[in-house]
Design a protein around this ligand. Structure first.
Ligand SMILES: Nc1ncnc2c1ncn2[C@@H]1O[C@H](COP(=O)(O)OP(=O)(O)OP(=O)(O)O)[C@@H](O)[C@H]1O
Ligand SMILES: [Mg+2]
Length: 376
């Protein structure tokens, strides 16, 4: 079993400060991940999923398949889990059977053991991509087209509020990173995440991360706390890794009160579904606003929804770029500007209502960009 080739290293001492964006400390001793080590060493594998000792899956090129890897028994899996989490200063045991952590190289790992895991201990490990994906990579991979990339860049430069929506593992964070890379140098950016995954090159960035509570329940810092706090930090842009709850309401208020150009992601399957997710999450803030008021806030705050999807063949694609165009009675108006149809992300023929805002940023565009079938 290899002990030297792992790209994953542990920090020199438990709980030592480390920065996932900086290169890993190659002097630190490598953790041996046991039976899954070969998968971690394999550059074509992007994610490893252990469902108990005898079922291990790996994702290659977006396609998940079963591997031949097996552990001796469940105790063996638990032993590897302990080996992963202990150096990080984290614990997992029957009283606290779940852990969510980030390895020193930036890879993300989640582990669950009994009693919460019923059929054996589980490990989900998303390897930290080598280098970061840029807009050109997403174009090369067929996830978006050059005109859409140009359009999205103009939206970011034009300080539009944008939401990336998609299913789990659909590429939301990757796209958020690409959008964030369009923010001009010099603007003050505050990023807020559960586990810092964004890799921004700009200099003027403050990175904040939520803090899990101690076993006695104290010390928790939620995404919502951080969003509220960020408003006092004079941000020009707030980038929230993922909205899952009440922070959506704070985000809407931030977007509506001079922090335009904010970006976030959320879990939803269609642009329309995204709107209802935001409504539900805003209600989770526990403030008794009538739904109509929340809808009005959404309609005036969010300008662009980008829908990302992982297709059956394993590819990840933008399927919709949609505009929120205000309210019509009780309903939020939504129109697609680009839509994935017949195997391609194409313009729908609708020009966005916010176009004047983009033009005022000096955005140069070919008017045919929005015309179907004439673009290429
Ligand atoms: N456009 C793309 N083409 C191919 N692979 C991609 C693309 N976007 C992301 N990936 C890969 O897919 C995996 C998941 O990406 P990412 O973390 O961005 O998804 P996510 O939607 O944020 O996931 P989660 O729901 O777990 O937060 C990563 O391994 C990433 O490198
Ligand atoms: Mg993500």
């Amino acid at each position: 079993m290899s002990t030297t080739t792992s790209p994953i290293v542990i920090p020199p001492s438990p709980g030592a400060a480390w920065n996932p964006v900086s290169p890993p400390d190659t002097n630190a001793p490598a953790v041996d991940f046991g039976p899954i080590q070969p998968l971690l060493d394999d550059p074509t594998v992007s994610e490893v999923m252990v469902n108990g000792p005898f079922l291990v899956f790996a994702e290659r090129k977006g396609v998940i398949s079963k591997t031949d890897v097996k552990f001796r028994d469940d105790e063996h899996v638990r032993e590897i889990i302990q080996r992963i989490v202990k150096p990080l200063g984290r614990r997992i045991d029957t009283k606290c059977p779940m852990v969510d952590a980030r390895l020193p190289d930036g890879s993300r790992v989640n582990a669950v053991i009994a009693p919460a895991a019923i059929d054996g201990s589980s490990i989900t490990l998303r390897k930290f991509g080598k280098g970061k994906m840029a807009a050109a990579d997403l174009i090369r991979l067929g996830s978006m087209t050059q005109p859409v990339a140009d359009f999205l860049r103009a939206c970011v430069l034009g300080h539009l509020n944008m939401v990336v929506a998609g299913g789990t593992g659909s590429g939301k964070t990757t796209l958020l990173n690409v959008l964030s890379s369009f923010i001009p140098e010099g603007e003050r950016i505050v990023t807020i995440e559960d586990a810092a995954e964004l890799k921004l090159d700009q200099e003027h960035v403050v990175r904040l991360e939520s803090v899990k509570p101690d076993l006695d329940g104290s010390g928790e810092v939620t995404i919502r706390d951080l969003v509220k706090n960020a408003l006092r930090m004079r941000p020009e842009r707030i980038v929230v890794g993922e909205c899952r709850g009440g922070e959506a309401l704070d985000m809407l208020q931030a977007m509506n009160t001079g922090h335009s150009g904010s970006l976030t992601t959320l879990h939803a399957n269609t642009p329309r579904d995204t709107i209802s997710r935001i409504e539900t999450m805003a209600l989770m803030a526990g403030i008794d606003f009538p739904i109509r008021v929340i809808r009005e806030q959404i309609a005036s705050a969010v300008e662009v929804i980008i829908q990302q999807a992982r297709l059956r063949d394993g590819t990840r694609k933008i399927t919709h770029v949609s505009e929120i165009g205000g309210m019509e009675g009780e309903r939020i108006m939504l129109q697609d500007i680009f839509r994935f149809e017949n195997g391609e992300l194409q313009p729908t023929g609708i020009r966005p209502l916010f176009l004047p805002k983009l033009l005022s940023t000096g955005f140069q565009f070919n008017p045919e960009m929005f015309m179907p079938g004439r673009r290429r």
